[in-house]
Design a binder for this molecule. Structure first.
Ligand SMILES: [Zn+2]
Length: 381
């Protein structure tokens, strides 16, 4: 599975079980080709007529590396792969691919929870791993907006619900990058401005929240909870779906907010980051509470993932980088995320050892830190 020869200690460190600090549930039902293809592209739209999402780095990676897990030859045609998937059934496919990923704990973002996705506990059971919950802030806000009657109720209920949800969670997550961009005003909004914005919100509560004042209020309420409970806050940054303005998802744009959090000691975890992973590496180097992950980018760059990891490791402190698969919908994305993390990191470490920059012992230690040790420390697992 590793593309280069490495000293035994480094090999063992790379193949050791991973803590997947950011992932979502995978589908429990059998999927037709159209549904499957939607889930291997972040666009979540069909490929143009006459083309297929299998003709992408991720699609090629699935044919190469997931086919053998389903007892097929590597590189089989998409139709053969999908026929075998159907023959085995979703439960068996999920069990095989989640276990092949070699993950010891899944930290599941439950914000996208739906009946056809495995729950956090089920991800653990199917994958032979532990599982814990990351609470998505905007989902909690949506629930409160749909039930609160007046602005003061909205504010009180939001704070109470975040406290209640945090009791069972190991972290919080914000998708403010999708809702208003990361170039938001970093200050805590005034109570008067929040009440006025909440009154507008309650007149149209079904829509996803995009008001920057309420998004900042949500974030600062979450900061209070995170500080009390010692929880990190994850942020979506960089690479994402078609409803994201990528240029407003550069994590350097939230430097003011990161600076404001530093004296509070609330850890910030920057997810995905690509193509701004160099900015993220810089932020994690200069701010003690900032951590970085290029999950999702490794899944989608697939055979090119070593270059992304190499660029991140130009600057990132080794105690600041975390692993995630960011799997969603398909167990294939879990296996592929873990596989290209291990393969990419193997190449980077081999080059450091080969040039005499690092010892094998250092390379093994760094692989353990990034694969699981840093996540155990940040999330207090
Ligand atoms: Zn995600």
């Amino acid at each position: 599975m590793l593309p280069v020869a490495l000293p035994d200690a480094v090999r063992e460190a790379l193949l050791a079980p991973l803590v997947d600090h950011h992932c979502h549930g995978v589908r429990r039902d059998d999927l037709g080709r159209a549904q499957f293809e939607l889930l291997i592209s972040e666009s979540r739209l069909p490929a143009p007529p006459g083309t297929t999402h299998f003709d992408t780095p991720l699609g090629a990676g699935i044919r190469r590396w997931c086919a053998p897990v389903l007892d097929l030859e590597p590189h089989v045609a998409p139709a053969v792969y999908l026929a075998r998937r159907e023959e085995l059934g979703a439960a068996e496919v999920n069990r095989r691919l989640l276990r092949a990923a070699g993950i010891v704990a899944f930290l599941v973002d439950t914000g996208l929870e739906a009946p056809d996705l495995l729950t956090a506990a089920e991800m653990g059971r199917h994958g032979g791993a532990a599982a814990a919950e990351i609470v998505r802030l905007e989902q909690v806000e949506q629930d409160i907006a749909e039930t609160a009657d007046v602005a003061v109720d909205y504010m009180d209920s939001l704070a109470e619900e975040l406290v209640a949800r945090a009791v069972r969670a190991v972290g919080l997550k914000s998708v403010i990058a999708y809702r208003c961009g990361l170039d938001f005003d970093p200050s805590r909004p005034s109570r008067g401005s929040v009440i006025a914005a909440a009154n507008r919100r309650l007149s149209d509560p079904k829509e996803p929240l995009t008001d920057p004042i309420l998004l900042r209020h949500l974030l600062w309420t979450a900061v209070d909870v995170a500080r009390d409970r010692g929880l990190p806050i994850q942020f979506h940054t960089g690479y994402g779906g078609a409803d994201l303005d990528l240029s407003r998802a550069d994590p350097a744009q939230m430097t003011g907010f990161i600076r404001a959090l530093q004296p509070l000691g609330v850890p910030v975890v920057l997810l995905h980051c690509y193509p701004y992973h160099r900015q993220a590496a810089y932020l994690s180097g200069v701010f003690p509470h900032v951590h970085v992950d290029v999950g999702l980018a490794l899944t989608h760059t697939a055979a090119g993932s070593a270059r992304v990891l190499d660029e991140l490791l130009e600057l990132v402190p080794f105690h600041k980088q975390l692993f995630s698969s960011d799997c969603y919908g398909l167990a294939e994305t879990c296996h592929i995320g873990a596989l290209y993390f291990r393969r990419g990191l193997a190449e980077v470490l081999a080059s450091r050892i080969g040039s005499g920059e690092w010892t094998a012992a250092d390379a093994a230690r760094v692989a353990h830190m990034i694969g699981s040790g840093n996540a155990r420390r940040v999330y207090r697992l």
